[in-house]
Design a protein around this ligand. Sequence first.
Ligand code: BES
Ligand code: MN
Ligand code: MN
Length: 465
Amino acid sequence: MSNFLTYVQEHQNRFLEELFSLIRIPSISADSTYIPEMQKAATAVQEALTKAGCTHTELCPTEGFPIVYGEKIIDATLPTVLVYGHYDVQPPDPLDLWDNDPFDPVVKKTALHPDGAIFARGACDDKGQMFMHIKALEVMEQNGGLPCNIKFMIEGEEEVGSDNLEHFVRANTEKLANDVILISDTGMLANDLPSITTGLRGMSYVEVEVTGPNRDLHSGLYGGAVANPINILTQMIASLHDENNHITIPGFYDKVAELSTSEREEMGKIPFSLDAYKKALDIAAVYGEKGYTTNERKSIRPSLDVNGIWGGYTGEGAKTVIASKAYAKISMRLVPDQRSEEITTLFTKHFTALAPEGVKVKITPHHGGEAYVMHADGMEFQAASKAYMETFGIAPLPVRDGGSIPIVALFEETLDSKTILMGFGLDSDAIHSPNEHFGVFNFLKGIETIPHFYHHFTGLFQANR
Ligand code: BES
Ligand code: MN
Ligand code: MN
C-alpha cells in the first residue's frame, strides 16, 4: 500500500497534463453553444476510464447530456464502490475578471497553495476532483490491483440541476447497485486539516417576474403615478428578511431540524478564524441570521439569496424610463427536514400575496433538491478516516457544508446506500467564480488518499458481514 505515494510522485506530471487536457474542453452545461464540447468531454472521460482500468465503459444517452458509466467487477463477493462526479462546469463569466483563459489552465502559487494551484474553470469543481478518482483507479491497478469492485457514474448536468440523472438512477438501480457511493465534489477545512463533509444543504430555486404597465413608460409623464415594477420587486425582496435576518415567509422554518446545544458546541470546536474569513473576502463585518455563528449560518441554517436581478435601462448614460417588467432569480438553501417542493409552494404563496394590486407576479420554479446529513460513525466514515490518517497523519473532522449536491439524497432513497463525501477543495478555491483553482497538493493528495479508502472499506466490509 505504501507504493501509492511513490507511484503518484513518479507520475504526477503526466497526471497533471491529462487533467489539463480535460479542462481544455469547455463543457459548459448551461450554454447550448457548448453542446459539441459536452460530447467531447464525455468521450474524454470514457477514454480515461478505459485507460485507467475499467473493463466496461459506455456513454449512456439521456434527454440531455450523456452519463459516462464505467466498471471493473473483480469478484461478486467483494464490496462495490460507486464513484459519482460531474464533467460539466459553470459558465466562466465574467471573463474580464479572470487572470488567464479559464479553459487554458495555468499553475500559480498562492498563500494557501505554496506548491501551486491549477487556475481554470472546473479545476476544482469538479473535473480536478473527479479526475482524482480515475487516477486513483490507475494507482490501484498498477500497485497490486483493486481490492474490491468499482463503478463510475460521471454526469454532465450537475450544474444545471441533474434532472436526467434522476431518471437514469431510478431506471438503473440494478446496474448501479453498490455498497457505498464515493464523491469528491465538496471541500476540506485546510491543507493540514482534512475533513469529511457530513451534510449538504438542499435547494429551492425560483425565478420571479413582476409586470406593471403594459409598456415601458416615460418616467416624467408617469413617475409617481403607477407602480414601478423594479421599485416593487426590490421592496418585495427586501421584505423577505426581517431586522434579525430571519426569513419572513410564513412556515419557512416550521420543519427546520434544530441542533441540540451539545451538537452546536461540537460545531463550535471546528477551527475557524472570523478575522481570516473577513480578510479573505475584504469585508468589514459578516452578516446573517441573529443568534447563529458564521459557520452555523452557512451550513445548518437555511438561507435565501437573490442570485440575479434585472430590468429597465442598464446601458450607458441615463434613460428616463419606468420599465414594464422586472425580474429576479432567487435561491433558498434548505436544511433537514425542509422539503424543497413545500418551500417552493410557501414562497410562491407568500411572494404572490406581497404584491400590490398595481402589478402582476409570475413565479417559475427551477430545480430543487433535498438536504443530506450522514452520521459520522458508519463504516464508510471510518474507512475514510483511516485513509486520511495514513496520508495526512491526522484524523479528519466531520463538517457540514453549505453547498448542494441534490442527487445525494436521491441516491440514498433509490440505491439504499450511504454516500461518503471526501472533498479535497478549499472554500477559497473560488468555485463558480473567476479564477477558480485547485491546489496541486490537493489533487495529488486526493489521488494518494482514495486508494487507501478502498482498502479500508473492503477490510471493514468483510469484517462486518
Ligand atoms: N460541487 C458543488 C457543491 C458543493 C461545493 C458542495 C462545495 C459543498 C461544498 C456543486 O457542483 C454545485 O455547485 N452545486 C450547486 C447545486 C445545483 C443544483 C446547481 C450549488 O450548490 O449551487
Ligand atoms: Mn460540483
Ligand atoms: Mn458547482
